[in-house]
Design a protein. Structure first.
Ligand SMILES: O=C(O)CCC(=O)C(=O)O
Ligand SMILES: [Fe+2]
Length: 414
């Protein structure tokens, strides 16, 4: 057994008593019932199975910040409290788990670097064809804005889980966890209770059109007001960046900009703020499982922890975080628009063993009812595509995506 593990239920253990007392005090600061918070964690999906406070607590994660972090996580992510994860821990002890974030720890490979101030069309075209993802520098988003967004996001994520779940009322910022696949009202589409198959991520979903509508409302929590203002500022920058990149790509593809303009509809923009918990279990647990984005363009800013990986030539490659740069990837809709010349890149997020990670994604889509024409796919609207994806997730637990729309004579995928 791991020597760092103690039984917190042992009353003779002075250290464990002081930890219980400390947790009690910390959680009493919030409006939630601290005992409820702790005991409920024994079975997150079934609150009726509340058990007394009797947990195994690894000493190495006992700092104050860890305790705050733990009670802010969705219960199933609080690994020391969780039966499922104990089973997984045992696998680790038996050598089946891995110390690293994957059995094959991929090498970092520099992404193509695009200078937004002097856009090089040829370089951009090659990056879109060969990679479907690139790094953007000199994008004009102030580093102070990126820093403030990260700081505010971290503060919000550290709120108790129950407080985050209550965010929804009269607020465009909605909390989710366990899957980023949401209905248009922001509710999780399908969340498995299986720890191995869920996405170990929690997030805030912000449709930018709603951000606009709520700008005049004063939320009772100044933290939310400030965060909303920062997001609005960020939205302005990202719509500018997305539309400039889109125009350059359309130009490179020799398409008629006027005709395809509705394929980038600013009002469809979504901002997703994610927190990935630290890695505590084994390499099978993912922050986000392998997927492609459904968007036209996705733009990511991240802290310095890292975890994003992309599939290139059948190999997983690590994306290294570089301060003040953005990572841009193309989504399924851009692949269709380009007749498969550009790639909707497969990617995933691995968890870090020691640190949690915060990233902020911006996703923009075609106008809902515009038909997207391509020689490789039957014509469809983004509305139809999204409905199909949602149906596939409900029926098969996973997105099938573009394969559903491919014309028979072009079954080769990129
Ligand atoms: O957090 C990240 O690095 C990636 C997020 C992502 O892939 C997504 O939201 O689709
Ligand atoms: Fe993604």
């Amino acid at each position: 057994m791991d020597p760092n593990i103690i039984a917190a239920s042992s009353t003779s253990n002075i250290q464990s008593f002081s930890i219980q007392f400390h947790i009690f005090n910390l959680l009493s600061l919030s409006n939630t019932n601290p005992l409820y918070n702790i005991t409920r964690a024994t079975n997150s999906e079934n609150p009726s199975s509340i058990k007394p406070f009797s947990i195994i607590f690894p000493q190495k994660v006992m700092s104050e910040s860890n305790i705050i972090e733990n009670h802010s996580y969705p219960p199933i992510f609080r690994s020391p409290f969780n039966d499922t994860t104990r089973k997984l821990d045992l696998k680790d002890e038996q050598g089946e788990g891995a110390e690293s974030t994957g059995t094959l720890d991929p090498l970092p490979l520099p992404l193509p670097l695009i200078d937004f101030q002097c856009l090089d069309d040829e370089k951009l075209d090659t990056a879109c064809k060969e990679w479907g993802i690139f790094r953007l520098e000199n994008h004009g988003v102030p580093s102070s804005l990126l820093r403030q967004l990260q700081e505010h996001a971290k503060t919000l994520f550290r709120l108790p889980f129950e407080a985050k779940q209550g965010l929804a009322k009269r607020c465009p910022i909605k909390y989710f966890w366990g899957t980023p696949a949401l209905t248009s009202s922001g509710v999780a589409l399908l969340r498995t209770s299986d720890a191995l198959n869920m996405d170990w991520v929690e997030g805030l979903n912000v449709p930018v059109s709603q951000l606009h509508q709520h700008l005049q409302h004063i939320h009772h929590d100044p933290l939310i007001n400030d965060f909303r203002d920062l997001l609005e500022d960020y939205r302005g920058h990202l719509t500018r960046i997305a539309s400039t990149l889109f125009e350059a790509m359309i130009n490179n593809l020799k398409l008629d900009l006027q005709q395809v303009k509705p394929c980038l509809d600013e009002s469809t923009g979504l901002i997703r703020v994610y927190r990935y918990p630290r890695h505590t279990i084994n390499e099978h647990v993912k922050g986000l499982h392998e997927h492609t984005d459904s968007s036209i363009i996705s733009i990511l800013s991240e802290d310095q922890v890292g975890g994003l990986q992309l599939l290139k030539d059948d190999k997983w490659l690590k994306v290294e975080p570089i301060p003040n740069t953005l990572v841009v990837n193309l989504g399924d809709m851009m692949q269709v628009l380009s007749d498969d010349e550009y790639k909707s890149v497969k990617h995933k997020v691995e968890l870090n063993k020691n640190k949690e990670r915060v990233s902020i994604g911006y996703f923009v889509f075609p106008e809902e009812n515009t038909l997207i024409n391509s020689s490789k796919y039957k014509p469809f609207s983004y509305n139809q595509f999204r409905a199909q994806v949602q149906q596939d997730i409900k029926l098969h637990g996973t997105k099938i995506g573009l394969q559903n729309f491919k014309l028979p004579h072009t079954s080769q995928t990129v």
